[in-house]
Every structure is written in structure tokens, then in C-alpha cells.
Design a protein around this ligand. Structure first.
Ligand code: FE2
Length: 284
């Protein structure tokens, strides 16, 4: 069986678009400790799409309260720079995540929807376990499966072999990817994240979300993404081939000190949030 060569993979990763000038400018500004809400508003308002999304998010049940938010600077104060950063990043990767992935049995827009729900779930878990950067967890949750966009191409080619292995019921899906292609989607996703110059611990979370006990840089965040991914599956929202054979890590549960009781609280909180259409970054 021919495995995918690293060179071939790299050239596929190269086809993934980089962020636009506007996005880079906004992301840089949000990292600037001297930036204020007015300055952020000024940049965001140059883009109609971002303006609408920031306002929608600020008025969602999760962030908003009874108070209606009308301006981007009000929204920036309410949401915080990290949440705005996640939103800008999210709407930029949406275009990549929106495509159909036949190799994973995912219809058009399914991965995008699933990724947004995983991001929301990651943030809920992060808050519950008092992880210091819940919006970073949100971004990691959103990007965790991005490698599928590239591996899908090869999986479709090997569809028959994969179906047979799946039918045997003995293999978790990532193991099938590794066996058939030589890489799993976490590794490929990490390559994309590196290309986008995302922080190292985000790259790690993407790479190891199916094997959180291997994490070195930020085991807490990797475990959050892993559990969020599993919960999305338990909620019946994780469709496609990967969701059918999910292995939940005991180590991740122990590390975050999450018990059954907490899991069900997290689940019901997530269900509440996702029933509000405003909680999503963009319509699909
Ligand atoms: Fe995955």
C-alpha cells in the first residue's frame, strides 16, 4: 500500500490559504498591549462581516445579558480581546472547514458546524475547570480537526480499504489513518497551524487531541479539547466516520478532575448555548 509522502503532504498544506492582510492587521492589533477598544473597533469596522459577527456574538445568550450591545467597542469590552481574536480567526478558517469531506463521510458544512460546537464546548469545559484561557481553548476546539481537510483527499482514494478496516470494528479512526496513509489528521492539522504561525500549545492541542496523555507543553488544554470532542460525539453531533470510534481518555478526565456530575452539567450548558443561533461565529 502506498503511503502519503511527507513532501506530498507539505505541498497540499501549501495550498491552504494564508490569512488576508486585514485579518493579520486585526490579529496583530489584538496582541498589542497598548491597543484599546476604540482602536479595535476602528479596524473591525473596516470589515462588514466582522462587524456583524462581533455584534451577534456580543448579543448571544452566552455573552450578552439583558443589555443590548449596539457598538463594536461596547462588544469589545464585553467579549475581551481574546474572544474577538478567536472570532476573527474562526471566520477566516470557516472557508477552509466548510467543504464536503467524502473520505470522512461528512457533508458540506458538517465539519464547520461540528468544529464550532466543539469550540463552544471547549470554552464551557475550560471555564468549568478554571482553565486560565477559555478563549484559547475555544480556538483550539475550532481548529482541532482541520487536518481532515487535507487527509480527506487521500482517504477518498483509499475508501475501500478504510471501509473494510472500519467494518472490523477494532480500529479507532486515527489508527486507520496512520496505518493506511502514514499520518493522522492531528499531525497534518498541526502542520497547517504552524503555517498559520499559531502558538505552539495550540499546535500541540491540534496534533494530540486524540492522544492527550502524550501532551507536554499544555496537557490541560489538550485534555479540554479531547473531552470536548468526545462530548460533541456523545451529544450525537459528531457525525462522520471519525465519530463512530471515539476513545475517551481516562487520563484527560483525571487531569482536569472532571467527574460524571460535571460532565452532565457541561452537556446541559452546551445544549443551552447551541440552541441560540447567535452563539455561532457564522451562518453556514
Ligand atoms: Fe479528530
Amino acid at each position: 500500500m502506498t503511503k502519503v509522502s511527507l513532501g506530498e503532504l507539505v505541498s497540499r498544506v501549501d495550498e491552504i490559504p494564508v490569512f488576508s492582510e486585514t485579518v493579520n492587521r486585526i490579529l496583530t492589533l489584538l496582541e498589542d498591549p497598548k491597543a484599546d477598544a476604540k482602536g479595535v473597533e476602528h479596524e473591525i469596522m473596516k470589515d462588514q462581516g466582522f462587524t456583524a459577527k462581533v455584534l451577534r456574538l456580543a448579543n448571544s445568550a452566552y455573552f450578552g445579558g439583558s443589555r443590548k450591545i449596539h457598538t463594536v467597542s461596547q462588544a469589545t469590552v464585553l467579549l475581551g480581546f481574546q474572544a474577538i481574536k478567536s472570532m476573527v480567526l474562526a471566520s477566516s478558517v470557516g472557508k477552509v472547514l466548510v467543504r464536503e469531506l467524502p473520505g470522512y463521510a461528512l457533508e458540506k458544512e458538517e465539519l464547520w458546524r461540528q468544529s464550532q460546537i466543539c469550540a463552544i464546548t471547549s470554552r464551557v469545559i475550560a471555564k468549568k475547570v478554571k482553565y486560565s484561557k477559555p478563549d484559547q481553548a475555544y480556538t483550539a476546539g475550532l481548529l482541532h480537526d482541520i487536518g481532515k481537510v487535507i487527509l480527506d483527499y487521500y482517504l477518498s482514494e483509499q475508501y475501500q480499504v478504510i471501509q473494510e478496516k472500519m467494518a472490523s470494528g477494532k480500529w479507532p479512526f486515527v489508527a486507520i489513518e496512520e496505518e493506511v496513509l502514514g499520518f493522522h489528521h492531528g499531525q497534518v492539522g498541526a502542520k497547517i497551524a504552524e503555517k498559520w504561525r499559531l502558538p505552539e500549545d495550540l499546535v500541540e492541542a491540534i496534533e494530540l487531541h486524540h492522544t492527550p496523555s502524550l501532551a507536554v507543553l499544555n496537557p490541560q488544554m489538550v485534555s479540554i479539547i479531547h473531552i470536548a470532542d468526545g462530548l460533541v460525539m456523545m451529544l450525537g453531533l459528531h457525525l462522520g466516520a471519525d465519530g463512530l470510534a471515539y476513545e475517551f481518555s481516562e487520563d484527560a478526565m483525571k487531569l482536569l478532575k472532571i467527574d460524571e456530575q460535571m460532565l452532565s452539567e457541561i452537556m446541559s450548558e452546551v445544549v443551552d448555548i447551541i440552541s441560540d443561533e447567535n452563539a455561532y461565529i457564522s451562518e453556514i
